[in-house]
Design a protein around this ligand. Structure first.
Ligand code: PLP
Length: 398
């Protein structure tokens, strides 16, 4: 697969050694600096810090805390980015990004997370920010018109939720850059282990670290990665919106990142195994997974990803009712929104993430009411398959 990592160190090494700085005691894992402020010996030294002439922690809400610095170094290393900022949630990262870089207008390509969509459709326009939703993904002509009109930020997710469509990051970046626009990619579903948008030409990557990066369904966090130049203006917004991550959660997230490459390997292989095993099942109309040759974006997935992640979507032949009955019958897949944790989860998009859309609107977006989205966890894949098969058998007999 392409998209090789330019750094001489592999992702498993970077996940453990990405943090370059040590504290005064040489702690291999930066402890929690559970303090809101930091004292200096005299006003001259403090002035060096406040004027930015000397690096130092100052005030935790500003993100100036050694526990955050350590996390951000690892996040930047994993994404091969110059810099990373940690946020209190994925939505904190995304809203801060839009307020910083979206003021010349935002073109959003394809499906995006519901909170992001509501921000783009409802909230940002009330602040005078023009937002444009190109639901079909990368339509070069439609995007060209917006870029010619001066839109400054192109935003996308790939793979998308729940249909797992892919968008060609290189093609979007090439087109946007011709007009001086920036490209930001929400890489939550893929993680930096499976896809590195910056290497493909994107300017900024955002993550809901609540998902795979945290990986244990026990923390809410977000991250933005990119060049120092692109990230610098976000810093002041994060400071004044108060959207920086707390040191307690930064420490927990740092611990999670150490096992991210290992966990993603397992998510990738288990999801691939399940996708292939269910492909021919008589109760299933379609299995959507970028790692399947039958997936319409499979060739692109091979080009821009180096693993296909743990998210897959099934479409049941029996429609909405069959999907609901199957979800209720599963025992190892918990019926819950969210994704990316150690435990497997299942959701029916028409009753959760896309409940606010009419059935017609869902159909227009390719989201069937018979769909079930699986977040394949870290359990033994044979146990997960047995659980899926017993639920599918129940559909056939019941
Ligand atoms: N981006 C994606 C792709 C998501 O799935 C989510 C949440 O589900 C978010 C962003 C928002 O993340 P958070 O819940 O951490 O604010």
């Amino acid at each position: 697969m392409s998209n090789p990592r330019p750094s001489p160190l592999g992702p498993a090494t970077l996940a453990i050694h990405g943090q370059r700085q040590r504290d005064a005691f040489g702690s291999p894992h930066m402890p929690i600096y559970d303090t809101t402020t930091f004292a200096y010996p005299d006003t001259a030294t403090l002035l060096q810090v406040t004027e930015g002439r000397r690096q130092g922690p100052l005030y935790s809400r500003y993100g100036q805390n050694p526990t955050l610095y350590a996390l951000e170094e690892t996040l930047a290393a994993l994404e091969d980015a110059e810099a990373a900022w940690a946020f209190s949630s994925g939505m904190a990262a995304i809203s801060t990004l839009f307020l910083t870089h979206g003021r010349r207008g935002i073109a959003c390509l394809g499906e995006v997370y519901g909170g992001t969509l509501s921000l783009l459709e409802q909230q940002l326009p009330t602040l005078g920010i023009d937002t444009h939703l190109l639901l079909d993904g990368h339509d070069p002509e439609a995007l060209e018109r917006l870029l010619e009109a001066g839109v400054g930020l192109v935003y996308l997710e790939t793979p998308t939720n729940p249909t797992l469509r892919l968008i060609d990051i290189e093609a979007v970046a090439e087109q946007a850059h011709r007009h001086g626009a920036l490209v930001a990619v929400d890489g939550t579903f893929a993680t930096p282990i499976n896809q590195r948008p910056l290497a493909l030409g994107a300017d900024i990557v955002v993550h809901s670290a609540t998902k795979y990066l945290g990986g244990h369904s026990d923390l809410t966090a977000g991250a933005v990665m990119g060049s120092v130049e692109r990230l610098a203006p976000l810093w002041r917004w994060r400071q004044n919106l108060g959207t920086a991550l707390s040191p307690q959660l930064a420490s927990l997230l740092s611990r999670s990142l150490r096992t991210l490459p290992l966990r993603m390997q397992r998510h990738n292989t288990s999801a691939q195994t399940i996708a292939e095993a269910l492909l021919e099942h008589p109760a299933i109309a379609r299995v959507l997974y970028p790692g399947l040759p039958s997936h319409p974006g499979h060739a692109l997935a091979h080009h821009q990803m180096c693993g296909f992640s743990g998210m897959l979507t099934l479409e049941l032949k029996g429609g909405r009712d069959a999907a609901a009955r199957m979800a209720d019958q599963l025992t190892l897949f918990a019926l819950a929104p969210s994704l990316g944790g150690a435990e497997s989860l299942v959701t029916q998009p028409c009753t959760t993430s896309h409940v606010d859309l009419s059935a017609e609107e869902r159909a227009r977006r390719g989201i069937g009411d018979g769909m079930l989205r699986l977040s394949v966890g870290l359990e033994d894949v044979d146990d997960l398959l047995a659980d899926l098969h017993q639920a599918l058998d129940m559909l056939e007999t019941g």
